[in-house]
Design a protein around this ligand. Structure first.
Ligand code: XIL
Length: 397
C-alpha cells in the first residue's frame, strides 16, 4: 500500500513537472501558468484545493458551468449539506444516502478526494432526535448509543473512500456566548458531557482506520491572548493536546476560515504560526470552509464600484493570507472553499442583518474575481526554501 502510494505520488510529481516546467510551449503560444486550474497549480505543492458542493446545483442541468468548475478546478470536494445528520437520517432508522452517494460518484469520476463533513455537530440535527431528547423519550444512555450507531453507520458506508472526516464540528463556545469563559457548548456537550468528543473519534477510527480524523471549528485562524478562557485557538490547542496525550485518535485540526472584510483579521505570519503550532502536536491541518464575505451596503447593491472594488480587494487579500499561511506549513494538507461562486454561497442566506455577500472567488455569472487570480498567483510564485511540498499524514494508531 505504502509503495503504491509512493508510486502514485511520484507519478503526480512527474506529471506536474511536465505540466509546469518542462512542457514545450504549444506552437507559438508560450506556457502561461495562469491558465492552469487551481488544482493543477496546487499539485506542485502536494496541496489539495477543494470546494463545498451543493448537490442541487450539481444536478441542475440548466446550469452546467457549476458542474464543470466543480470538476475541473478542484481536487477535493466536501458535501455542503448532504452528509449532515438531518440529510442522512431525516426519519429515525431510514437513511437517505442518495445525494451523498452522488457526491462520492462525482469525486471518483473527477479523481477528487473527499472531505467527509460532518459526523457530530449541534446544528442540522434531525427533529426526531432533538425533540426526542427534549421530551424525555430518548434517555442519555440511548442518546450515546444513537450517536455511536450514527457515526458507525456513516463512516462504514464510505469506508476507505474518505480522505479526511470532520468528526466533531464547532464544539467550543465563543467569547460572546454566555458564560463568556470558553467552554464546550451545544447539544452534545449539554446532554453527554465533553467526553463525547473522545468517544466520537474512537468510534470513527474503529469504523474506518484509514481516514484522517479532524476536529473542525471557526475563529481558530490565529492565537490571541494565549489564555484558554478567552482565546478559542488556545482552547482548541489544549483540547487537541489532551486528546493526543490520552491516545484519542485525532489526526488533524480543520480551521474553517470564514472571514469578513469588515473585521481586523490576521496577517499571514500570525496564521502561519497557528498552523505550525498545531503541527507541533503531530497534527495535520487544513482550511476547510474558506470564504471572505463583505457587507452589502446600499451603494454596493446599487453597483457603485467605489464601494465594490475595495471589498473585492480586501476579500482577495484575506483569501491570500490563508493560502500563503497554508503553503508555509507543509502539514497544511488542503485548502477548501465553502462554495466557489456567489450565486450558490451560503452567506447571503445566513448573514442578512446587515446583508452580506461577495464571499467567494467567482461572481454570480461564474466570472473569476480578483481572489481567484491571487490564489493562483500564490500557488505559482511560491516554492523552496519557505514553501515545501506537503508531508503526507497517515492515521495514528
Ligand atoms: C452551512 C451551509 O453552507 C448551508 O447551506 C446550511 O444551510 C447551513 O450550514 N460551518 C459549517 C458548515 O461547519 O457546515 C456550515 O454550512 C457553515 C458553517
Amino acid at each position: 500500500m505504502k509503495l503504491r502510494r509512493w508510486i502514485a505520488t511520484g507519478a503526480v510529481a512527474m506529471a506536474t513537472l511536465a505540466t509546469l516546467n518542462i512542457a514545450p510551449a504549444t506552437a507559438g503560444r508560450p506556457y502561461d501558468p495562469s491558465n492552469q486550474s487551481l488544482r493543477n497549480l496546487a499539485m506542485r505543492h502536494g496541496l489539495h484545493v477543494g470546494t463545498a458542493v451543493d448537490l442541487a446545483a450539481l444536478n441542475d442541468t440548466t446550469d452546467p458551468r457549476y458542474r464543470e468548475i466543480a470538476g475541473s478546478e478542484f481536487s477535493s470536494v466536501t458535501a455542503e449539506n448532504a452528509m449532515k445528520w438531518e440529510s442522512l437520517e431525516p426519519t429515525r432508522g431510514t437513511y437517505n444516502w442518495g445525494p451523498a452517494d452522488e457526491l462520492m460518484a462525482f469525486a471518483r469520476q473527477h479523481h477528487q478526494r473527499v472531505r467527509g463533513h460532518v459526523l457530530v455537530w449541534h446544528n442540522q440535527l434531525p427533529a426526531w432526535l432533538t425533540s426526542g431528547v427534549a421530551d424525555g423519550s430518548i434517555s442519555t444512555t440511548e442518546l450515546r448509543q444513537i450517536l455511536r450507531d450514527h457515526i458507525t453507520a456513516v463512516v462504514t458506508r464510505y469506508k476507505g473512500k474518505i480522505w479526511q472526516w470532520d468528526v466533531v464540528n464547532e464544539a467550543v463556545s465563543d467569547p460572546w456566548d454566555t458564560p463568556s469563559t470558553l467552554h464546550y457548548k451545544g447539544f452534545w456537550a449539554e446532554h453527554l458531557g465533553p467526553g463525547y468528543i473522545a468517544d466520537a473519534f474512537r468510534w470513527a477510527r474503529a469504523a474506518d482506520p484509514k481516514a484522517l480524523l479532524f476536529y473542525n471549528d471557526y475563529n481558530i485562524e490565529a492565537f490571541g491572548s494565549g489564555n484558554p478562557a478567552d482565546d478559542k485557538t488556545q482552547f482548541v490547542y489544549e483540547m487537541a493536546r489532551e486528546l493526543r496525550a490520552k491516545g484519542v485518535p485525532i489526526d488533524g485540526i480543520g480551521s474553517q476560515g470564514h472571514l469578513g472584510t469588515q473585521y481586523g483579521n490576521f496577517n499571514t505570519f500570525q496564521v502561519s504560526a497557528a498552523l505550525k503550532k498545531f503541527a507541533g502536536l503531530g497534527l495535520a491541518t487544513a482550511f476547510t470552509e474558506v470564504d471572505v464575505r463583505s457587507q452589502l451596503t446600499e451603494a454596493v447593491q446599487a453597483g457603485d464600484s467605489a464601494e465594490i472594488n475595495p471589498r473585492l480587494q480586501a476579500s482577495a487579500a484575506n483569501f491570500s493570507v490563508l493560502m500563503r499561511a497554508c503553503l508555509s506549513s507543509p502539514h497544511c494538507l488542503s485548502f477548501t472553499l465553502w462554495g466557489f461562486d456567489d450565486k450558490h454561497s451560503w452567506v447571503p442566506g445566513w448573514f442578512d442583518d446587515p446583508p452580506e455577500g461577495l464571499a467567494t472567488v467567482y461572481d454570480e455569472n461564474y466570472q473569476p474575481k480578483l481572489a481567484y487570480h491571487e490564489l493562483k498567483a500564490d500557488l505559482i510564485y511560491s516554492g523552496p526554501p519557505f514553501v515545501l511540498p506537503r508531508v503526507p499524514h497517515h492515521p495514528r494508531r
